[in-house]
Design a protein around this ligand. Sequence first.
Ligand SMILES: Nc1ncnc2c1ncn2[C@@H]1O[C@H](COP(=O)(O)OP(=O)(O)OP(=O)(O)O)[C@@H](O)[C@H]1O
Length: 215
Amino acid sequence: MTDTLRGAGLWFAYHRDWVLRDVSIQVSPGEIVGLWGPSGCGKSTLARLLTGRLRPARGTVSMPAGRGRARSAQLVLQQADQSVNPRWKIGRILAEAAPDPAPVLDSGLVFPDWLGSFPHELSGGELQRVNLARALLCRPLFVVADEITASLDAITQVQIWRIILDGAARGDYGVLAVSHDMPLLDAVASRILAMEDLTARRGVLPGPDVRHDEA
Ligand SMILES: Nc1ncnc2c1ncn2[C@@H]1O[C@H](COP(=O)(O)OP(=O)(O)OP(=O)(O)O)[C@@H](O)[C@H]1O
């Protein structure tokens, strides 16, 4: 049984273009790893593969067993408004992850008066906190945070990252922070990986068996 989050020899193509060619990555328990690369290099694709949202054409993803029924690696995306049901109140959105929202209320990530609100009644930063809270309520062993504060002001960025890092410092989970923002990764991560260094094969032509699988 593994305790790390690992992608080994991952290949992935949308339609007929390889986005990932023999990519390998590993995050150890409690570790905060930054994943950096320019726009379009495949960071989000790798994040989706590592959290089981997409299936690789080749290669394997392994993650530890979860603490509950949810996957042990939880993906949090930049577009919080696209990640929640707009017709559900925040209380119901959180209840889907866990019946008791106390942990995210106690940490100050979510405020009690948001629970009766609909997503459109919250600001972008508030909704991102809810989005993150939902992932944390699943008690993940790894949080894969894909550009989660990219569109937020500096103060909200700091608030959100402080809460994530507090949890990691307590040993609750490891973090893969995905971003093209090197100063942000420098501030939060103990190890930074560049996408281009994760690829064992460069310049390899696409093979004939390219597939695009939604998990
Ligand atoms: N659903 C899709 N269908 C077809 N092509 C896609 C799809 N999603 C991503 N791509 C393409 O795959 C490549 C990698 O995209 P991906 O979103 O993984 O990169 P990224 O490094 O996360 O970029 P960004 O930093 O801009 O979010 C890009 O060329 C993109 O256009």
